[in-house]
Design a protein around this ligand. Sequence first.
Ligand SMILES: [Zn+2]
Ligand SMILES: [Zn+2]
Length: 238
Amino acid sequence: MTITVVYDNNPYKEDLETGWGFGCVITGAEKTILFDTGGNGSILLNNMQKLAIDPNSIDTVVLSHIHGDHTGGLGSFLEKNSNVTVYLPKSFPKMFKDNIQSHGSKIVEVEQPLKICENVHSIGQLGKWIKEQSLIIQTEAGLIVIAGCAHPGIVKIVTAAKESLKDDILLVMGGFHLEWATKGKIEKNISTFRQLNVQYAGPCHGSGDKAISLFEKHFGKNYMNIGAGKVITMQHLQ
Ligand SMILES: [Zn+2]
Ligand SMILES: [Zn+2]
């Protein structure tokens, strides 16, 4: 199982372009999955090319939530490969869904937690205002939780993942939505991560520099520095 960050506003691999948003590709599971598409299709496709990920190798696209920094690259992606199933929160506007189907792609509307393929699950549609789904990957060492923006709250997402799949949390990565949070609130999140026994933390995208440096301080060697071009394999998680 490999997770490759193809889109992030934080830099990691020098020759990749950054842009506001998030996107990553999961390979090595039953399906090859693109989770979120970043805000800009040409950045997405250029980065995928530089990372040697062929858009045609993707069978499944999962969109965390409606915001443009997670869905903006979808149109350009579907121009390259429309032979995909797109999992999106049920609350997405009809026009958005119709547009995907007009490319000939299938959609799955997510409301409750559901299995996407062997070892990969959607947490289901969470949140009051901005509905969002996160991805959960089951590994032998525990669960990997990938959040797009984490509007429902990263702690809420991690708690729901733990409850729904009844396993330990190995890694939480993605947007933690703590950009505007106070130091006290961030530290409360970190101590809850500890209580929930989260092994590794990889905040990126909309986590904010303050939260990123506090997670780094508290997680030490179990902090994961994530940006565009980061590749995570199981070897990094032991
Ligand atoms: Zn958002
Ligand atoms: Zn975002």
